[in-house]
Ligand binder design. Structure first.
Ligand SMILES: Cc1ncc(COP(=O)(O)O)c(C=O)c1O
Length: 436
């Protein structure tokens, strides 16, 4: 494909953005992001023509990579056929996508309810669980993240959820990923009142936190014992990110519902889904689902998701994520030897978290883990983040964890190039380490 690099006046865009846009995750006066004008594969470029290798896949969603012609063509073809139809009507792209999802989802997760993003998928899952069980309480975990809408934020467990005030009633947060603790809490809350437990199999937002060994299987057993539905939020971890289609495939644990978005269509349009088990679907055979979304039936989004899933298959990107992820982790595991500021390195597939510490032995973090989110405070990591960006690498740093999750199509050359930039930047964090 010929890529046109249109000229955009970056300074004018910045001016208008500052004047007319309220920006997410930001204190408005500190706005300093580049003006992005184009992208291809794993590379974005800004209005000045500066290129950035993207090891964030933006918000860990562009799994396939940018501007894949197969997906662009599918969206254009669908746009020419039918851009919008209410989700009340049946449509060929929706039916085909749901069939594709059923084909890759584990166990008997066979029917999908479509929404416009990950937050809405979790909103819908909470409501479907309450309708299905006739119970109200939802157990979720501190430090988890499930989205920015009211219910999804309420079940999230980081400090950002305070934006939702007291949140929706009936949410009970659990601190430890410990099935015995969950069992006790379910009993203390009254098993007949608990509708569901929701969690991410791997807490990516919490610095790529892996589940303790055996935890997911034990949690499944606890839920079964109490008739509580198990909801896996695979919004980030789905669609090959971890080297299998879904993170839960690594532990062979099948939830009752799985929420999907992000990699589902790699950000080519807004889309999310809740895929439910046959048992949950059976409940709604005669019972009405009393809510829906105007844009929960967007043919353009369905067309993009079909093309993305087919491209992931055609290019064997799930398999690629598994083996290239091992290359990534093998390389990163040498970093603590030469960087005193690197603590634990963890990950699965093309997804890694690199802990930045003051002291390798105690693993005291370089920045306090519970820094408030509502005030922009200068961080000792600001210089480190700036170095990465100045050297053309987009890699998010959340709390004290550097995260690396490039698109699954990243080449080995790009992977090593990005890691070299990280390696150099770590000299800055090494200088912050407590002298022994
Ligand atoms: C695990 C998880 N669930 C849900 C969401 C919310 O998805 P969205 O931003 O598409 O609403 C996110 C977003 O980052 C997420 O990381």
């Amino acid at each position: 494909m010929a890529i046109t690099r249109e000229r955009v006046d970056g300074a004018a865009v910045l001016e208008k953005e500052k004047r007319y846009v309220l920006h997410p995750w930001a204190s408005q006066s500190k706005l300093a992001a580049p003006v992005m004008v184009g992208a291809k594969g794993c590379t974005l470029w800004d209005a000045d023509g500066k290129e950035y290798l993207d090891f964030s896949s933006q918000l860990c969603n562009v799994h396939l990579g940018f501007q894949d012609q197969r997906v662009v063509d599918a969206i254009v073809a669908q746009a020419q056929q039918l851009c919008y139809v209410s989700p009340v009507y049946l449509s060929e792209p929706r039916a085909r996508l749901a069939e594709l999802i059923a084909g890759i989802a584990p166990g008997d997760l066979n029917q999908s309810y479509f929404v416009v993003g990950g937050s809405e998928a979790n909103e819908a899952a909470i409501q479907l669980a309450r309708l299905c069980t006739g119970r109200t309480k939802i157990l979720s975990f501190y430090r988890g993240y499930h989205g920015a809408t009211y219910g999804a934020h309420s079940v999230s467990g980081g400090t950002g959820r305070h934006a939702a005030g007291l949140g929706i009633p009936g949410v009970v947060h659990v601190l430890e990923q410990d099935a015995d603790q969950v069992d006790q809490i379910i009993q203390l809350e009254g098993a007949n009142d608990v509708a569901a437990v929701i969690l991410e199999p791997i807490r990516v937002g919490d610095g790529v936190a892996m589940p303790p060994p055996g935890f997911l299987a034990s949690l499944r057993a606890v839920c079964d014992r109490h008739g509580v539905l198990l909801i896996f939020d695979e919004v980030v971890t789905g669609f090959g990110r971890t080297g299998k289609w879904f993170a839960c495939d690594h532990w062979n644990v099948v939830p009752d519902m799985m929420t999907l978005a992000k990699g589902l269509n790699s950000g080519y349009a807004a889309l999310g889904a809740v895929v439910v088990s046959d048992r949950v679907a059976a409940h709604f055979r005669e019972t009405v689902i009393p809510f829906g979304f105007t844009n929960g039936g967007q043919p353009l989004a369905f067309a993009s998701a079909i093309a993305v899933i087919e491209a992931l298959r055609e290019d064997k990107l799930v398999e690629r994520s598994a083996w290239l992820g091992e290359v990534l982790l093998a390389e990163l595991r040498h970093f603590p030897e030469r960087h005193p500021s690197v603590g634990e390195v963890r990950g699965l597939g093309i997804m890694a978290g690199v802990e930045l510490v003051k002291n390798q032995r105690t693993r005291e973090p370089l920045v306090p883990p519970l820094a408030p989110r509502n005030v922009a405070i200068p961080s000792v990591l600001d210089g480190f983040k700036k170095h990465l960006l100045d050297h053309g690498l987009i890699a998010p740093v959340g709390g004290n964890v550097l995260r690396l999750y490039p698109p699954l199509c990243v080449t080995e050359e790009e992977l090593h190039r990005g890691l070299r930039i990280v390696d150099e930047a770590l000299a800055l964090t090494d200088a912050l380490v407590d002298p022994a």
